[in-house]
Write a protein that binds this ligand. Structure first.
Ligand code: ZN
Length: 570
C-alpha cells in the first residue's frame, strides 16, 4: 500500500488539540502514523489548504426501501443533474434521492469516510444491505428501528430488560445492524390504529405502554448490552408547533443513566434532528410559531449524557421519508403532494412525501433558523453534530452550504435579507441576535471527532492520531479567506481524500471506488429460551416470511464486513 505525506496544511483535530497549526500528516499501511515513520511517501502539498480526518455522518437516510420508494415515485427528482459515467464513475442521477453510486460520490467529494443509515426496518434489512453494498467508497452501518416493535412493546410493558436486550442482540445479528433506533416511540404503532401518541405519557393502543416507558426501557437495554452507540431517538410530536415541551420531557428521561460501554461514548441518549423538535407556539403562522432552540439547547448544555444532531433545513425541494408513519400522513394532508405510507408487519411503519421548503414562506425560513440556532447555542461541539436528516430537511449534498451558514453571520444575514418574511423570522426566532460563527476547530468536532465518539467509533475515526484509520481530507480552503462562498465550495469539493490508506480523490477527481466496508455489531448474550420461543412463535403466527428468509447472511450481503464484537453475557 502506498505511503502518503500531506505537508504544510492547516490541520484541525480536536482530539489532538491541533487548531489550525501547520502540521505534516502521514499514512502508512492504511493507518495514520507519525510523519517521521514514512520513508518513500507520495507527498501531497496542502499548502494554504485545510486538513482534517475523514468526516463521520451520524444520521442520514441513504439506503433501504424508503429510498427506493422515493426514487420510484419521483421521476422528476431523478431528472435533476443526471450525468453519464466518466472515468471510473458510474452514471448518476437524483436530486434529493440520488442513486446509490451518487451517494458514494457525494460523500467522497465532501470528505466523509463513514455514514450511518439511520432507520432500517428489520424485515427489509436484506434490501437495505443490497443498497449499502452498491454504494461505493463510504463505510456504512444501519440502525434497525425498535420503538414500535411488538416484541419490544410486550417485553417493556412488563419492564423485562433482559428479554428486550436478548431480542435486540438477536435482531442485530439477524439484520447485521449497528444499534438501537427509536422513531416516534409508540406513535408509529398507534398509527396502525388510526392514532398517534401526542405526549410521552399517552398509552399505545392494545399494548398498554407509554412512549416514556419505551424510551427508558430501550436506554436500559442498550446499557445492559453495552453497545458502541447509545439509544438513538426521534421523539414524539416531530414537526408540531409547541413540541419543545415533549422534547424536554423526552430528554429528561435520560436523567440518572450512565453509559456502560467500552467504546468511549459519554451519552446514553442521542436525540436526532433536534430542529424538528424545538418549536413553540400552537400553529405555523408567524403570529404563533416561535423558536424554542435556546430553551432546548440550554437544557442539553447542562447535561453530560446527551448528544444531538441538528437536521438543518436547507430551503430546497426535497423528499421526506421517515418511520414516523403518522407524521407523513399528516404532512401529505398539509401539502397535498404525492404520498406513500406502509405498515411493516410487527415492526414499524414508514412514509414518503415530497416537500418544498420555500424561501418565500415564513415557516420554512423559521425552521431554517431553528436548526442553525441550536448549533450556535450549543456549548460543546463534541455533543452537537451537523446533519440535514438527509433528505428530510434537505439533500445530503447541501452539507457544505450548512457549514457556510454555521461559519458566517454574513451568509445567514443574506438569507434573512433575501427572504420575504425575514424580519418576521428575526422577530419569532433567535437567529437575528446570534453573531457566533463556528470555527474550523469546532466544525471538525461537529462533523468527525464528536460523531465518531458518539457512535463508539472514536478508536478508528475522527482524528489524525497515529493508529487511527488512514482517512484524511484536504479541503481547498484557506482559513484566511473572508468570502463565505469559499467555504461552501471547499467543503463540497475535496482536493484530496485518502480513505483507509487509499487515494479516493486526487486533485479534485474521484480515482478509486475504495475499499468500502459494512459495520455491524455482534453482541453475545446469555441463552434465552423465552425469547427464542417468542421469536419462533411470532414468525409462525404473524410474519409473512419464515425465519430462514429473514436472516441477512454475512457472506451474501456484506462482501466486506467489519464486525464489532460485544460480550454482554453475565
Ligand atoms: Zn432521520
Amino acid at each position: 500500500m502506498a505511503e502518503y505525506l500531506i505537508k504544510n496544511g492547516y490541520v484541525y483535530d480536536p482530539i489532538l488539540g491541533i487548531n489550525g497549526d501547520k502540521h505534516d500528516v502521514a499514512i502508512k499501511d492504511g493507518k495514520m502514523v507519525d510523519a517521521s515513520a514514512v520513508k518513500n511517501a507520495k507527498v501531497i502539498d496542502a499548502n494554504g489548504m485545510t486538513v482534517m480526518a475523514g468526516g463521520v455522518d451520524i444520521h442520514a437516510h441513504i439506503a433501504g426501501p424508503k429510498l427506493n420508494i422515493g426514487r420510484n415515485f419521483r421521476p422528476e427528482d431523478k431528472l435533476f443533474n443526471a450525468k453519464p459515467g466518466q472515468g471510473i464513475k458510474h452514471m448518476v442521477a437524483g436530486h434529493s434521492v440520488p442513486t446509490t453510486f451518487k451517494f458514494g460520490y457525494i460523500y467522497a467529494n465532501m470528505g466523509y469516510g463513514f455514514a450511518m443509515e439511520a432507520a432500517m426496518p428489520p424485515l427489509y434489512a436484506r434490501h437495505t444491505h443490497e443498497e449499502i453494498r452498491d454504494t461505493p467508497i463510504i463505510d456504512e452501518a444501519a440502525l434497525p428501528v425498535f420503538g414500535n416493535n411488538w416484541f419490544v412493546l410486550e417485553y417493556l410493558k412488563n419492564h423485562e430488560i433482559e428479554n428486550t436486550a436478548a431480542y435486540i442482540a438477536w435482531i442485530l445479528r439477524a439484520t447485521k445492524g449497528f444499534g438501537i433506533k427509536n422513531v416516534n416511540p409508540g406513535g408509529t404503532e398507534a398509527w396502525a390504529w388510526g392514532m398517534n401518541c401526542s405526549s410521552i405519557h399517552d398509552n399505545v393502543p392494545y399494548f398498554d405502554i407509554t412512549p416514556a416507558e419505551i424510551v427508558t426501557g430501550l436506554i436500559e437495554a442498550n446499557e445492559y448490552l453495552g453497545l458502541p452507540h447509545s439509544m438513538h431517538v426521534h421523539g414524539n410530536q416531530l414537526g408540531e408547533p409547541g413540541n419543545y415541551k415533549t422534547t424536554l420531557e423526552t430528554l429528561a428521561l435520560a436523567k440518572g443513566y450512565k453509559p456502560n460501554s467500552k467504546f468511549g461514548r459519554d451519552q446514553v441518549l442521542h436525540q436526532t434532528h433536534l430542529q424538528f423538535h424545538s418549536y413553540g407556539g400552537d400553529s405555523y403562522s408567524s403570529k404563533s410559531f416561535e423558536s424554542k432552540s435556546k430553551e432546548v439547547a440550554d437544557y442539553i448544555n447542562k447535561q453530560d449524557n446527551i448528544t444531538f444532531d441538528l437536521g438543518v433545513v436547507t430551503l430546497d425541494d426535497t423528499t421526506t421519508m421517515t418511520a414516523d408513519g403518522p407524521f407523513e400522513q399528516h404532512l401529505s394532508h398539509m401539502n397535498h403532494l404525492k404520498w406513500a405510507n406502509t405498515d411493516v408487519e410487527l415492526e414499524t411503519a414508514a412514509g414518503v412525501v415530497p416537500f418544498q421548503y420555500r424561501k418565500n414562506t415564513f415557516i420554512a425560513v423559521a425552521q431554517w433558523a431553528v436548526g442553525l440556532e441550536l448549533a450556535l447555542y450549543a456549548k460543546d461541539p463534541m455533543k452537537c453534530f451537523l446533519t440535514t436528516d438527509a433528505p428530510n430537511a434537505g439533500p445530503l449534498w447541501r452539507y457544505p452550504r450548512v457549514i457556510k451558514w454555521l461559519m458566517s453571520e454574513q451568509a445567514r444575514n443574506e438569507v434573512l435579507d433575501d427572504a420575504k418574511y425575514g424580519e418576521k423570522v428575526r422577530d419569532r426566532c433567535y437567529i437575528g441576535e446570534l453573531d457566533r460563527e463556528i470555527s474550523l476547530y469546532e466544525l471538525a468536532a461537529m462533523t468527525r471527532a464528536g460523531t465518531a465518539k458518539a457512535l463508539g467509533l472514536g478508536n478508528m475515526f475522527g482524528s489524525l492520531r497515529p493508529g487511527m484509520e488512514g482517512d484524511v481530507v484536504v479541503y481547498p480552503y484557506s482559513p484566511e479567506s473572508e468570502n463565505p462562498e469559499d467555504i461552501e465550495y471547499a467543503f463540497g469539493n475535496a482536493k484530496y481524500f485518502i480513505k483507509g490508506g487509499e487515494m479516493i480523490i486526487n486533485d479534485g477527481e474521484i480515482v478509486s471506488n475504495g475499499n468500502k466496508r459494512t459495520f455491524w455489531v455482534d453482541c453475545k448474550v446469555n441463552e434465552n429460551a423465552q425469547v427464542q420461543h417468542d421469536i419462533e412463535e411470532k414468525f409462525k403466527r404473524y410474519y409473512t416470511v419464515g425465519l430462514n428468509n429473514y436472516d441477512v447472511n454475512e457472506k451474501t450481503f456484506l462482501p466486506n464486513p467489519h464486525r464489532i464484537e460485544v460480550d454482554a453475557t453475565q
